[in-house]
Design a protein around this ligand. Structure first.
Ligand SMILES: Cc1cc2nc3c(=O)[nH]c(=O)nc-3n(C[C@H](O)[C@H](O)[C@H](O)COP(=O)(O)OP(=O)(O)OC[C@H]3O[C@@H](n4cnc5c(N)ncnc54)[C@H](O)[C@@H]3O)c2cc1C
Length: 305
């Protein structure tokens, strides 16, 4: 769950944004510049404004100022990118009239998820998972643009085929679960959420994550525990949010390297020893996350076809 991709170019500012600016805009000649007009991407990657997403997002983040795409060299922008044009006219018309689109980075895709095989089977019988909630190894540590569309088509077909082969089962009366869930208040959730961007965002640091994880554990442990039947949707969502932050933080702490979308200031290098390792989070009996490491399995993308 530490592998969270940030898209480099949302249209707008960190506080107000209005949709994605496709990488095709830079492919057609758009150039990233900071507020001083500097083409900063040339300092980060030989491909400049066409560098991979993780490098571009980090470079924009490290400018600590508003950045822009200079679109003055993009021919026929209005006709080729009508959706972006409309948004820019509507929300950023002053910048657009000068030939610039203001950009900011934003959370975009989670490559981690529930471990499945290539038919979406999990380790629980009759429980399948595909799409962004699943971890199929399709995307590695750094998803390429539009691969989720490919994944939806391939996995959807495989998973449906497997489910359709299963004999139908009689319905059984569900038994109420005895699991107890922490009742998280808004006052506890808000500061944890507010901190999450700085601690689990584009640049992470081991010491900061350690302190943050302690605060997450405290929130979960010190809360009153209630049964599932006592839960409201709001209480469930608050619990799930803290739980997700805990799982992401655990995984990010245990991956003591930087790889793809996961970047640690205190461990900036890739470690070959971790190349073939999946860091997995499993749920203990007390509903607290524990991590395990296991060797990544090679999967055949289209078995038997
Ligand atoms: C701004 C943006 C732009 C993107 N652009 C592209 C792109 O150009 N190309 C590309 O390939 N990918 C793109 N992606 C990624 C792609 O959209 C996602 O990877 C994809 O939608 C994931 O599909 P999914 O079915 O797994 O999840 P989702 O599309 O998120 O679907 C999950 C569904 O489950 C529903 N749901 C949630 N909880 C419950 C519940 N408890 N009960 C019932 N239903 C529930 C939700 O309402 C939702 O409809 C983009 C993502 C973002 C955020």
């Amino acid at each position: 769950m530490e592998m969270i991709q940030f898209h480099p170019t949302l249209l707008g500012t960190p506080t107000n944004n209005y949709g994605l600016i496709s990488e095709a805009v830079r492919g057609e000649g758009g150039i990233l510049k900071n507020a001083q007009g500097v083409r900063f991407m040339d300092d980060y990657h030989p491909l400049g404004s066409l560098a991979p997403r993780d490098i571009t997002s980090r470079a924009i983040f490290e400018q600590h100022q508003q950045c822009y795409i200079d679109i003055r060299q993009v021919r026929g922008f209005k006709q080729r990118f009508p959706g972006i044009y409309q948004q820019a006219q509507r929300y950023c018309s002053d910048d657009y009239s000068q030939g610039y689109l203001p950009v900011t980075v934003g959370a975009h895709y989670t490559m981690g998820g529930i471990k499945t095989d290539l038919a979406g089977r999990t380790n629980l019988p009759h429980f399948y998972c595909i799409g962004e909630a699943s971890n199929t190894n399709f995307h590695g540590a750094n998803r390429l643009a539009s691969n989720s569309l490919l994944e939806a088509i391939v996995m959807g077909q495989h998973c449906a085929a497997v489910i359709n082969q299963q004999p139908s089962r009689p319905l059984v009366d569900p038994q109420p679960s005895l699991v107890q869930i922490p009742k998280i208040s808004e006052a506890v959730l808000k500061p944890l959420q507010a901190e999450s961007e700085a601690i689990l965002g584009i640049e992470r640091h081991g010491a900061c994550m350690t302190g943050y994880l302690t605060r997450l554990h405290q929130a979960l442990e010190q809360a009153e525990h209630i049964t599932l039947t006592q839960l409201t949707p709001t209480l469930w969502q608050r619990y799930v949010r803290v739980k997700m932050l805990e799982i992401i933080c655990e995984a990010a702490l245990h991956r003591t390297e930087s790889r793809g979308a996961h970047y640690r200031l205190d461990k900036p290098k890739m470690q070959t020893a971790l190349q073939q390792i999946d860091i997995e989070i499993v749920k203990g009996e007390d509903m607290h996350a524990q991590h395990i490491k296991r060797t990544r399995e090679n999967q055949t993308v289209l078995p038997g076809r």
